[in-house]
Write a protein that binds this ligand. Structure first.
Ligand SMILES: NC(=O)c1ccc[n+]([C@@H]2O[C@H](COP(=O)([O-])OP(=O)(O)OC[C@H]3O[C@@H](n4cnc5c(N)ncnc54)[C@H](O)[C@@H]3O)[C@@H](O)[C@H]2O)c1
Length: 334
């Protein structure tokens, strides 16, 4: 199969996972890395091969690439995706695609460009998520009536004070929802479909005076008459597994990766301890371990022309719900 020429933009934490995944993938050949902290780009280039640059612009001037991976802070995803698309380059962007409505409008408009755009909501590829999707598709659980989702993680003050972008509204755009738990909001949309309303609130319980963004976010989301309750915090004592529970007519389906529990209406209970596929890099288990599968699927979709699960239409509901949830929380209105 053809190998696409790839560049990674932003060479901090998550770029390590992208670079490791790409180094094992036959459909990709990473030719260059860029970071404003040039030493970070050089470190990845030294480890995996390729050239290092101090900016995306310089890299695009000097290299012929087919795909870029955007591993930069959130507010840079949209402008960098636009720049890549102008150069006719496919984009695999880390989440979130956009931090405000104007950015989302610009990002969504890239659907009409000639390049493929994918967003890294890798948890859609997790084994437990797939198990529940397949079970729902068979129809035995019956109609989905509602859901609940909990993200209870820990981020200490240093997580923010050691970063030059996290914790500030202008450079992170939001806190626990925008950054950590947008994946779980995405899973609710992946299971429930299009959200039609949201009533939300946010607070900062444990890092007041340290961060401007929220450490806790709660919402009740209406999925066309079916409610979902959502709670996320980084004020817990540890990174507990994310819980998603789907209430259906004939069963309640619960996933805490990679464990799935199905409680049937007749009282019988099934437990499934699923096997996580071996991946070149599993990342941190509480993020979900599916970067490798998600990235491979994006390249496959470029090379075969098949639709990509996390393309712009595929993630539109999540991106719009994310921004609507912040509007509701900040304005105090559903
Ligand atoms: N999908 C996931 O599970 C997951 C996990 C972690 C992070 N992320 C996302 O990845 C993104 C980066 O997060 P991180 O934790 O790696 O942050 P990070 O701070 O560790 O890395 C970001 C890098 O981007 C570089 N950078 C900043 N401005 C730049 C510019 N203009 N041009 C080139 N490089 C620039 C920084 O110097 C830094 O090295 C965030 O949007 C985050 O939400 C996703």
């Amino acid at each position: 199969m053809k190998s696409l020429r790839t560049a990674v933009i932003g060479c901090g934490g998550i770029a390590q996972t992208h670079a490791e995944v790409l180094s094992t993938q036959a459909t990709a050949q990473v030719v260059a890395y860029a970071d404003v902290k040039l030493e970070r780009a050089k470190a990845l280039a030294k480890k995996y091969g390729g050239n290092a640059y101090g900016s995306m612009e310089e890299l695009l001037d000097r290299e012929q690439v087919d795909v870029v991976h955007l591993c930069t802070p959130h507010p840079l995803h949209t402008p960098m995706a636009q720049l890549a698309a102008e150069h006719g380059i496919h984009v695999f962007s880390e989440k979130p695609p956009a931090v405000n409505e104007a950015q989302w409008e610009a990002f969504a408009a890239l659907e009409n460009s000639r390049v493929r755009i994918g967003v890294c909501f890798q948890n859609r590829y997790n084994v437990g998520t797939q198990f529940l999707k397949d079970l729902l598709a068979i129809g035995k659980p019956g109609k989905l009536l509602g859901a609940r989702a909990f993200v209870t993680w820990y981020r200490p003050a240093e997580y923010y004070t050691d970063s030059d972008w996290r914790g500030s509204l202008s450079t992170e755009g939001g806190g626990v929802l925008m950054n950590q738990s947008v994946h779980t909001l995405d899973l609710l949309c992946y299971f429930m479909g299009r959200a039609t309303g949201v009533d939300a609130s946010l607070s900062n319980h444990h890092l007041q005076g340290v961060i401007e963004v929220e450490d806790t976010f709660e919402a009740r989301v209406d999925f066309d008459g079916r409610p979902a309750v959502f709670f996320a915090t980084t004020g817990h004592v540890t990174d507990s597994p994310v819980l998603v529970e789907l209430v259906c007519e004939n069963a309640t389906l619960r996933v805490e990766e990679p464990e799935v529990t199905v409680r049937w209406k007749d009282g019988s209970v099934e437990h499934h301890s699923l096997t996580v596929p071996v991946s070149p890099t599993t990342g941190k288990s509480y993020w979900g371990s599916s970067h490798g599968i998600c990235i491979a699927d994006f390249y496959d979709s470029i090379l075969t022309g098949k639709p990509f699960r996390n393309d712009i239409p595929g993630i539109r509901n999540t991106a719009e719900l994310l921004l609507a949830a912040y509007r509701s929380a900040r304005n105090g209105q559903a």
